[in-house]
Design a protein around this ligand. Structure first.
Ligand code: ADP
Ligand code: ZN
Length: 447
């Protein structure tokens, strides 16, 4: 562990630390951020009488729109001159969300990423091939600083230019790779295409994050690159990567670094806190951030908390995999659908690969969902050597059966009818470096 004492702190002491820090941060934002002073006044919360953790749910939520409304620097709690770095998240529409860091924030950013890399199994002296994007995106620089802090040899490759990535991995022989899961799949596919077996790849650990991924993708990455894959999670608003990290020992849920980030899971409709294990929206209060402290930030990410002790000995609470963002939820013929639900169904069908695309259109007043799924390599090789056209599928009993099975399972588990198209390996979109959009919603719902 990078900081064994804090990572294994007994729960009561961790709670006491959170309580003390929460009181401080409430007073701090009340003092320094007009937006929060107003919100807290409206909620009837006064820093001098606020009773800490027990009253957490009295604090107002902060939403992405609040950051947009104060674009670019309006929620900063320090003078702009004390901000030594800014980052921004892409933002689906319009202006990006801008975040800032003081020198101390950057130190904490490095610290939580060093903790994360160590929890993933990285050790001082190892080499890290960092293929998260460098720039305004927090991924590249966050992991970079963490790697240096832990004492790794960091290769700041950034995303993209797959040819060069493959060359560098073969020449430098790194132990650890960090990249989005979809890009790790791209790299694994490229090694496979070149006939380089996993045993011939130096990598031992992959740390996918920045977008949802599933057990099937884990298997694809682990087998393709000959590694163990462990999740890293984060978001710019809270700090960037390193908010939580899956440990190598358990590979089962990601430890939230709770001395810095106080998590809650709340009901998406009512905002009421939910008990551990129940699925809802993940909400964070930053406990130590100076430049952009946030109270109860509504991430939109859907998951649940796991409070049971972990085999690794860390006491920090774990979160399950992210099912998706509320932003990513599709409503198809009135049914709520997350892309990860589609992935979960595909995982149960051995004849297909974990590569797909979901296209939603509106024909007249009716939503039409088209699920385009790649066949697995062995199935494709066994059944046909030609291009996989509709006619080929129609004429082939085995392929028709696979197609029907997919449609049926989707209908049974998600409750939506989808038209299924089978693709040859390599036909579904691949990541060229960063996050991959597997869903194309071509309905113009605002019109
Ligand atoms: P952008 O909004 O441009 O994507 P961020 O990089 O801040 O900017 O994205 C953070 C979001 O990415 C999170 O809120 C979450 O939805 C997603 N994300 C990050 N890490 C993971 C992960 N390990 N698993 C699933 N989703 C993740
Ligand atoms: Zn653990």
């Amino acid at each position: 562990m990078f900081q064994p004492e804090i990572e294994t702190l007994p729960r009561e002491r961790l709670r006491a630390l959170q309580d003390e820090r929460l009181r401080k941060i409430v007073a701090y934002v009340y003092e320094r951020v007009p937006f929060y002073r107003q919100k807290l006044d409206e909620a009837g919360v006064r820093p001098d009488t606020f009773r800490g953790l027990d009253e957490l749910s009295r604090l107002p939520f902060t939403k992405k729109q609040d950051l947009r409304d104060h674009y670019p620097f309006g929620l900063f709690a320090v003078p702009r001159e004390e901000v030594i770095r800014v980052h921004a998240s892409s933002g689906t529409t319009g202006k990006p969300t801008v975040v800032g860091y003081t020198r101390r924030d950057i130190e904490i950013f490095a610290e939580v990423n060093a903790r994360s890399l160590a929890a993933a199994g990285a050790r001082p002296g190892m080499m890290l091939h960092n293929a998260y994007g460098y720039g305004l995106f927090t991924g590249g620089l966050g992991v970079h600083y963490g790697g240096e802090r832990l004492g790794l040899t960091v290769v700041p490759v950034s995303g993209g230019m797959t040819e060069r990535q493959i060359m560098l991995i073969q020449d430098f022989k790194p132990d650890v790779i960090t990249a989005t899961p979809s890009y790790l799949q791209t790299l694994a596919g490229e090694f496979r295409r070149r006939g380089i077996p996993p045993e011939a790849i130096s990598l031992k650990i992959a740390i996918p994050g920045a977008e949802p991924w599933t057990e099937a993708i884990r298997k694809d990455i682990e087998e393709g690159l000959g590694v163990k894959a462990v999740n890293i999670y984060g978001l710019s608003e809270i700090i960037g990567p390193g908010v939580s990290q899956e440990c190598l020992e358990a590979q089962s849920g990601s430890h939230i670094w709770e001395d810095h980030f106080l998590p809650e899971v709340v009901d998406p409709e009512t905002g009421e806190p939910l008990p551990d294990g129940e699925e809802g929206v993940l909400v964070f209060t930053t406990l130590t951030k100076e430049a952009l402290p946030l109270l109860r930030y509504w991430t939109g990410d859907i998951t649940y908390l796991i409070r049971e002790p972990c085999v690794c000995g860390r006491t920090h609470v774990r979160m399950g995999p992210i099912k998706g963002r509320t932003d990513d939820m599709l409503i198809i013929r009135g049914v709520n659908v997350y892309p990860t639900q589609v992935e979960a169904v595909l995982e149960t069908i051995p004849e297909v690969a974990p590569h797909y695309q979901l296209v939603v259109r509106r024909e007249g007043t009716l939503d039409e969902a088209l699920l385009r799924v790649e066949l697995s390599e062995p199935v494709f090789r066994r059944i046909t050597h030609e291009v996989l056209s509709d006619e080929v599928v129609e004429a082939d009993h085995g392929l028709r059966a696979i197609r029907e099975k997919i449609g049926q399972k989707i209908k049974e588990t998600i409750g939506v009818t989808m038209r299924v198209e089978l693709l040859a390996p390599g036909e579904a979109p691949r990541s060229a470096g960063g996050k991959l959009r597997r869903v194309m919603d071509e309905r113009n719902l605002s019109a």
